[in-house]
Design a protein around this ligand. Structure first.
Ligand code: GLN
Ligand code: ZN
Length: 769
């Protein structure tokens, strides 16, 4: 590297930055606005202040070209809908009356009007608002936000590059509007959308943009030849416009595959590609098409989705190879830094040895700047940084904190038999029937009961030392008593303790497992003003002592009915955490599984005969390309079985997933070898029951009959009708009656009424059978 000097100076850049601010100022301002405590002008001022702070932070870190337009009050896909004039008919009046109110109405709905649907942004934990389009869609360019934010950045004296969601990805993320045929393909609107993009690009150029970035992450998913043709047409057209800025087409979250030659041939000025582990294949594909001679290549060599420090030598080797493949090589993260927390140095409670290994958005920006400097000036220019990087990596690789010989030995000794229950399902189900003596259509819930303000306050008081552990735990027992009494009185068959002791279904376990580290300020946007703090899988995982047994046992001591033990499964523990990058995911999953297996076994030993292991993330973590599914599902299902297979045949294992679309993983769900599964179904009118049946799913299932996402109370008649529907697909001997998901976000009044109706419905059907 030292002797190799780049032709042009390498620029450091990023595609996006955390929006919320150091103290989550944006959340406070937006929620204040919703409550009427903050007016629109104050909200705008807070937002502008946050943008300025972010840009200055990036510039101070050494970023040469900052992104603009990536900021959002709620979601950048919603911003794109506004930008192209794709406001749903039902929100038109609200948007016309007041732009900001209308914007939030689309995001959150109002008393009378439903919001846009929300779904996951590729395989991240960020959620976007799904554009709704129909054959009559009329687009209109509104570049106000993009132009205003570019102007703000330029006014600070910075080089700024507006970042827009690309037209192909925008249409591929859209769904047919209500009332439009379900097979309508929004991509057919491309020709109508492209002139709007061309107009916006021209506006940005007029406002001073030299480069504009168009994000096309949908191209790292499997795409049909027709879709790839649409990509070619898009960039031929946008690239052919006379008054356009230079175009940088960005992809992230993986390899481009067949889309790479298409983009490489397109008349655009540069590409941004993922060169981290997930996009490693891009290097070869790029070489295979002869590189990007004379064009700009932005190399995403710093992992934008995980929180570990970069390996400078490895990145420099990649960058060195890339120098031979493009006219200009710049350095970036693999994706927007939106998906990582802001600043690792804020984590004063984490062992300083570990903090050295962490890079959040601020640290990643500095890494990118350092790598760009090495590319331009040679590695001699970063001698000190390289030495520090090497030392930190060595400290991590050699640290006793990451390696526990006992855990490794145990994981290495796992056999196939450990992941297999002693009896097949058919034998177990008979043993469970005899043991549990449940009625037909047994009723149960998914685990959590309302997390009241008092509970949250008690937890905050405990954390701040305002109350003692003993007082807090008595508060929890009181809650459990209330929940058990209510369930008995209502006539629920399989009870739960209500999970009052849990702040979060992943964090609660992470805090008790050795090898996991929780952050204090590591907030990451999940959707809108909702932020989560994913814990970090730092080292080998073990369970020093039982985590849930005493609460489940306490609940069981209060009743003769079975109380269900409640755990979060290994796949979900990984999916909602920052994972290790120094060993395969499957190895980490296996360690977590073994720790959870001990918990399952201890629950059983304490007299728990029904144990639920939640895996809501099983489907959402599915890799973006079909070719990668089998490898993922193999370790995912293995880790679930390893968690649950140690119990006796008469102990009933439940699992739970909260989504309605999973036709593609029914086989994997069966491979979990659970005895009972509960799923979300109320909104789709039991559609999942039919799907399970059509795939020949042989086990017991509880498709939800109570939509817990809404405060609405389903009537007994409504629940009965849903159960009848369920019975068309699943025989009575295998049908359970339960809500869609946990009740922690609901209030007590509607929970009470809904569960009473649910029991009434189950009884009505039983007597009719
Ligand atoms: N047991 C958890 C609860 O009831 C499950 C939550 C989930 O599926 N996301 O809250
Ligand atoms: Zn759920």
């Amino acid at each position: 590297m030292t002797e190799q000097s780049a032709a042009a100076a390498a620029r450091a850049t990023v595609y996006g930055y955390p929006r919320q601010g150091r103290n989550r100022e944006l959340k406070k301002a937006v929620e204040g606005y919703w409550k009427g405590r903050v007016d629109a002008a104050a909200l705008r001022e807070t937002a502008a202040g946050l943008r300025r702070t972010n840009w200055r932070q990036l510039a101070d870190a050494g970023i040469h070209e900052v992104p603009s337009g990536d900021f959002s009050y709620y979601d950048h896909v919603l911003d794109t809908s506004v930008m192209v004039g794709a406001v749903p008919e039902r929100h038109r009046a609200a948007v016309d009356a007041d732009e900001t109110q209308g914007y939030f109405a689309m995001a959150r709905g109002t008393q009378d009007v439903a919001p846009l649907e929300m779904t996951k942004w590729f395989d991240t934990n960020y959620h976007y608002l799904v554009p709704e389009l129909g054959p009559d869609a009329v687009f209109a360019a509104d570049s106000t936000k993009q132009v205003a934010e570019l102007t703000e950045a330029l006014a600070l004296g910075l080089t700024a590059r507006p970042v827009l969601l690309g037209p192909v990805t925008y249409l591929l993320l859209a769904k047919p509007a209500p009332g439009v045929a379900a097979d309508f393909e929004p991509l057919t609107l491309l020709d109508r959308l492209l002139p709007v993009y061309a107009e916006i690009l021209a506006d940005l150029r007029a406002a001073g943009a030299d480069w504009v970035q168009l994000d096309e992450p949908a191209l790292v998913q499997d795409r049909t030849p027709a879709e790839l043709t649409a990509v070619a047409r898009t960039y031929r057209e946008l690239g052919g416009a006379a008054d356009r800025p230079k175009l940088l087409v960005a992809s992230y979250f993986g390899r481009l595959g067949d889309a790479l030659p298409v983009l490489a041939r397109a008349p655009v000025d540069g590409l941004a590609l993922d060169f981290t582990e997930s996009g490693a294949a891009n290097l070869e594909s790029l070489a295979a098409v002869g590189g990007l001679p004379g064009k700009r290549l932005v190399a995403g060599v710093v992992d934008g989705r995980n929180i570990w420090i970069n390996d400078f030598e490895k990145s420099l080797a990649t960058l060195g190879t890339l120098l031979g493949l493009a006219g200009q090589v710049d350095v970036s993260a693999s994706c927007s830094l939106l998906h990582v927390p802001l600043d690792a140095t804020a984590e004063g409670d984490i062992d300083p040895e570990i903090v050295r290994w962490l890079a959040f958005a601020r640290q990643k920006s500095a890494e990118i700047a350092t790598l760009a400097r090495a590319l331009t000036e040679g590695t001699d220019a970063i001698t000190a940084e390289l030495a520090a990087n090497r030392a930190a990596l060595a400290s991590r690789a050699g640290s006793a904190l990451t390696r526990d010989p006992a855990v490794r030995a145990r994981a290495a000794a796992v056999t196939d038999a450990d992941g297999r229950r002693s009896q097949p399902y058919a034998v177990r189900t008979a043993a469970q029937r005899a043991h549990l003596r449940l009625p037909l259509l047994p009723t149960t819930t998914i685990g959590s009961f309302p997390q009241t303000t008092e509970l949250r306050t008690a937890r905050a008081d405990l954390r701040k030392g305002r109350i003692e552990t003993a007082g807090y735990e008595e508060r929890i027992r009181e809650e459990i008593r209330e929940v058990v009494t209510f369930q008995e009185k209502t006539g629920i068959d399989v009870l739960v303790h209500g999970e009052p002791e849990r702040n979060d279904m992943v964090q609660y376990f992470a805090e008790q497992l050795t090898g996991y580290v929780a952050t204090r300020h590591g907030w990451v946007q999940s959707y809108g003003t909702r932020y989560v703090r994913p814990p970090v899988l730092v080292g080998d995982i073990s369970r020093p002592e039982p985590m849930t047994v005493r609460w489940t046992s306490y609940a069981q001591s209060l009743t003769d009915r079975p109380v269900k033990g409640m755990l979060t499964g290994p796949v979900t523990m990984l999916a909602w955490s920052f994972v290790r990058d120094d060993q395969p995911l499957g190895d980490t999953a296996r360690q977590v599984a073994l720790a959870l297996r001990d918990e399952v076994d201890d629950l059983e030993a304490a007299g728990t005969s029904v144990i639920q292991v939640d895996e809501p993330a099983l489907r959402e973590t599915l890799p973006l390309r079909a070719a990668d599914h089998a490898g993922y599902l193999a370790w995912a299902t293995e880790s679930f079985r390893l968690t649950t297979a140690g119990v006796r045949p008469e102990t009933q294992i439940h699992t739970h997933m909260c989504y309605a679309e999973f036709g593609d993983i029914v086989q994997a769900i069966d491979d979990l070898d659970a005895d009972v599964i509960s799923l979300e179904a109320a909104r789709s009118h039991m559609q999942v029951a039919g799907e399970l049946a059509s795939h020949g799913y042989p086990r017991e299932a509880g498709p939800g009959v109570y939509d817990i996402h809404s405060p609405r109370v389903p009537s007994a008649e409504e629940a009965t009708a849903l159960l009848r529907k369920g019975l068309e697909a699943i025989p009575a001997e295998r049908l359970w009656v339960n809500p869609d998901c946990g009740l922690k976000t609901r209030g007590w009044p509607e929970t009470r009424a809904s569960l009473e109706n649910l029991v009434t419905a189950a009884r009505a059907i039983r007597t009719g059978l």
